[in-house]
Design a binder for this molecule. Structure first.
Ligand code: M6R
Length: 566
């Protein structure tokens, strides 16, 4: 996820772009850049925050420019990889949000035609492609380039000698701001201080803005669309109208999982793992739960060691460290310890260029975009998606088909249940097999943001102690898809039902037995990946309970997003 912004009008272009970009910084904050149209194209870009890179710049601009705040996906955050990107003749400048899946093939063809590339990004193919077709005319060249790109994108481009800003959208958000002058941005926060009139661009649409005019077309036919009046405040708009970043991030999961699954690097990494006879996973918190899910799925022997215990338990073998931030101190200590013993270290990380990626021998990425809420949500399901995709490649199976939308549809009913849970002193989450991982993650989520004490247990372990704590009304969340663990789980649910626990069953929608055992039941479609799909209702349960209890789920007490102390 990145923030893109363009402006055509009479105001000071650099100042407008800087101010707009500041409001988009929540979408990415590892690098920033601006390009403007003057007598020629000129630009400033570098690694760093919007303030560090752009607060005091002045460029010779004539009325139009584009800007970008980056969250790296291809290539480390540095000056060369920052946006905007240009062709070698400085004719075309482009900023892009999304992932170009066929960029390697396009780059090869363009290089064969004599184009030279500077960066490691997928984006850089776009200005070269546009430049290659400029003889068709600017807009035709832009459309031709867009038609050749596969993947997800919001693109804005400027072309030397023109005062238009060209745009295109597929699967990545893009919206125009319209009054007497025009804006194009990843979201309305970028231009809300100047206009609340927004024209939302749909997938497959291309067009341009220029002084006092905009044009949109789809499939060669002009699209007429009236502006929508935005009633949101700045803050609401940054959250896309959601009350909290965590809720927004939960709802982003269909996209973030898709973006992660299509990564080409996963297959390469799977081939590498197939050469090993053992792998040791290490990580913390939610990332530790993702590691455990991989252990249940994989055919190769896997040890999972929680990072804070690593130096006591590690006995050798190649490491896969999993971390959203790539900065967690416990995980870094584990990795450094393994390296000091001569072991190879691989990493699965969300933040490109983070410390862990610099230490690791091999890094693969989740493509979940920045996660602002302290509680991991979309990055957990992205980790699972990446690991299940690696597992599928290792076994020669097709890529996982994962649909998390059904879980999102339960949000309203979960909110009703949350009112009931808000009085609970303690809760239990139970599951068997990989669903035990879901139980651990569900319990972590609710304790982290609602502060209700919660335990995740293997269904079979209840009778070895915790059953003593089950009494009338204690909420027990039973994670029970219709898989090979179901029958025994039903037995475990009966054990707590007999003690008058309040059963919240999550299982396959046609499971009438589970439904009748449950006081509240959430039905889910049949799935081969319940750890991913069932994560969504568990996240929503934690979120709504926290909000009803008056907690701020984005900033839970005593916790930080990146835990950089041991
Ligand atoms: O950035 P990391 O994945 O290394 O972070 C590990 C944990 O600190 C993190 O998952 C934490 O448990 C989350 N806040 C849980 O929601």
């Amino acid at each position: 996820m990145c923030g893109i912004f363009g402006y055509v009008g009479d105001k000071d272009v650099c100042k407008v772009l800087y101010q707009g970009l500041k409001s988009l910084e929540y979408r990415g904050y590892d690098s920033a850049g601006i390009a403007v149209i003057g007598d020629s194209l000129s630009f400033v870009k570098d690694a760093g925050t919007v303030d560090q890179v752009l607060s005091s710049i002045k460029l010779p601009s004539k009325r139009a420019g584009i800007a970008h705040t980056r969250w790296a996906t291809h290539g480390k955050p540095n000056q060369i990889n920052s946006h905007p990107h240009f062709d070698e003749n400085m004719k075309v400048g482009v900023t892009h949000n999304g992932i170009i899946e066929n960029y390697k093939e396009l780059k090869k063809d363009l290089m064969a035609k004599g184009h030279t590339f500077k960066s490691q990004t997928d984006t850089e193919v776009i200005p070269h492609l546009i430049e290659d077709y400029l003889k068709l005319g600017n807009f035709e060249a832009f459309k031709k380039a867009v038609s050749m790109i596969k993947g997800s994108y919001a693109i804005v481009a400027i072309i030397d000698g023109s005062e238009k800003i060209y745009f295109a959208r597929k699967f990545s958000p893009l919206v125009l701001g319209a009054n007497d002058e025009y804006f194009v941005a990843s979201d309305v926060t970028a231009f809300l201080r100047w206009t609340n009139q927004a024209i939302f661009i749909e997938d497959g649409e291309v067009g341009y803005i220029q002084s006092k005019k905009y044009y949109i077309e789809k499939g060669g036919v002009e699209v007429k669309r009236k502006p929508t009046t935005i009633e949101w405040s700045f803050e609401e708009a940054a959250k896309d109208g959601f009350d909290h970043f965590m809720l927004k991030e939960i709802f982003e999961q269909p996209t973030t999982i898709r973006n992660t699954l299509v990564s080409k690097k996963l297959e390469e990494f799977a081939n590498h793992l197939n050469t090993l006879d053992k792998l040791v996973l290490t990580s913390a918190g939610t990332s530790y739960h993702a590691a455990n899910a991989f252990k249940y799925a994989s055919n190769i022997p896997i040890d999972v060691i929680v990072a804070s215990e690593f130096t006591s338990l590690y006995r050798g073998g190649e490491i896969l460290a999993i971390s959203q931030s790539g900065e967690t101190a416990d995980t870094m200590t584990a990795v450094r310890y393994a390296k000091s013993l001569g072991s190879k270290v691989d990493a699965l990380v969300n933040v490109v260029g983070s410390t862990l990626t610099r230490i690791a021998d091999k890094t693969i990425y989740t493509h979940a975009g920045p996660e602002i809420g302290v509680a991991a949500s979309k990055t957990f399901t992205a980790q699972l998606a990446a690991l299940y995709a690696v597992d599928a490649h290792m076994k020669g199976n097709p890529l996982p088909q994962i649909d998390v939308k059904p879980g999102l549809l339960h949000s309203k009913e979960i909110k009703k249940l949350a009112t009931k849970l808000s009085g609970a002193k303690s809760m239990f989450y139970i599951g068997r097999g990989p669903n035990y991982v879901s139980a651990m993650e569900g319990a972590l989520k609710i304790k982290e943001i609602s502060y209700i004490h919660a335990e995740g247990y293997q269904g079979g372990e209840l009778k070895h102690g915790p059953l003593a704590l089950i009494e009338k009304g204690v909420p027990v969340v039973a994670i029970c898809p219709s898989d090979k663990y179901r029958e025994k789980m039903i037995g475990n649910i009966e054990e707590v039902k007999t003690r008058d626990a309040y059963i919240i069953g999550i299982g396959q929608e046609d499971d009438n037995e589970l439904k009748s055992l449950s006081d509240t039941f959430f039905g889910m479609p049949k799935t081969d990946y319940p750890t991913v799909t069932y994560a969504v209702p568990l996240q929503l349960l934690a979120y709504h309970t926290a909000v009803i209890m008056g907690r701020n789920p984005d900033k839970p007490r005593n916790l930080a997003k990146s835990v950089t102390v041991e």
